[in-house]
Design a protein around this ligand. Structure first.
Ligand code: ADP
Length: 240
């Protein structure tokens, strides 16, 4: 059955803020999502983290997508859509939520707008714009904690002890899809499939902020995002 045929009723109420963090791999979406969670008190919904968790725990979904994820290819739209909409039904999403890594194709964006439109949520897109060369060097130095998924970076965000997670002491690893040859494939796929989502949002008249995320610290980038979001008046939806 096509997803469009399903009656999807996320928990989102009429006064709900949907923050979409948009940007290429390595643009810092996950880092900014964490700042936003702390500020706005609404959950981060990271499709990458959710999909990796399915792979790690060996669910049917995880087994079906493992090869694609390791190769840096996108997971089919209908699987990701279902995962996100199921998550949105949880009560902690009622006031708002932060979408990190979703939507990633115009088809996902259309489905998201359809479902959120029906539930009366207001979308705002934060587009993190980063220079291509900076992305390549960032991703080469990226390490992740296999236990809590915290990201570190050899240049900008080192752990206190080399190679060890600050939070739980686990040994940091290189994510399978952060190997250089896979990074190229992910960036190519971003250009071909994901970048067109920006035009989709423009045509749909969604409020969008472009943020220079190349050469400032994560904190500075967040301050700019906070200023823009507060000025838009939309954060009143979550009492900020
Ligand atoms: P990054 O933003 O650094 O590429 P993510 O953790 O967001 O990393 O995504 C990792 C992988 O998870 C992607 O390469 C893709 O295989 C899969 N994935 C995540 N989100 C989506 C999505 N919205 N649609 C399709 N595949 C996705």
């Amino acid at each position: 059955m096509a997803l469009a045929d399903l009656e999807i009723t996320p928990a989102v109420a009429t006064r709900t803020l949907a923050v979409v963090l948009f940007g290429s791999p390595g643009s810092g979406k996950g880092t900014q999502a964490k700042f936003l969670v702390r500020w706005l008190g609404i959950p981060q919904i990271s499709t990458g983290d959710m999909l990796r968790e399915h792979v790690r725990t060996g669910t049917a979904l995880g087994n079906a997508i493992e090869a694609r994820m390791k190769a840096g290819s996108l997971v089919p739209d209908h699987l990701v859509n279902e995962l996100v909409f199921e998550r949105l039904r949880k009560p902690d999403c009622e006031r708002g939520f932060i979408l990190d890594g979703y939507p990633r194709t115009p088809e996902q964006a259309a489905e998201m707008m359809r479902v959120l439109g029906a539930s009366g949520a207001t979308e705002v897109v934060i587009h993190l714009v980063v220079d291509y060369n900076i992305i390549i060097s960032r991703m080469a130095g990226r390490r992740v904690c296999p236990v809590c998924a915290t990201l570190y970076n050899a240049i900008s965000n080192r752990p206190a002890k080399e190679g060890v997670c600050d939070l739980d002491g686990a040994k940091l690893v290189v994510r399978a899809d952060d190997r250089p040859e896979v990074v190229r494939a992910r960036l190519d796929e971003y250009e071909a499939l994901t970048r067109p989502v920006i035009d989709f949002f423009r045509r749909a008249g969604v409020k969008m902020f472009e943020e220079n995320a190349s050469d400032q610290t994560p904190q500075e980038i967040f301050e700019k995002i906070r200023t823009d979001l507060a000025a838009s008046g939309l954060t009143e939806l979550v009492g900020k």
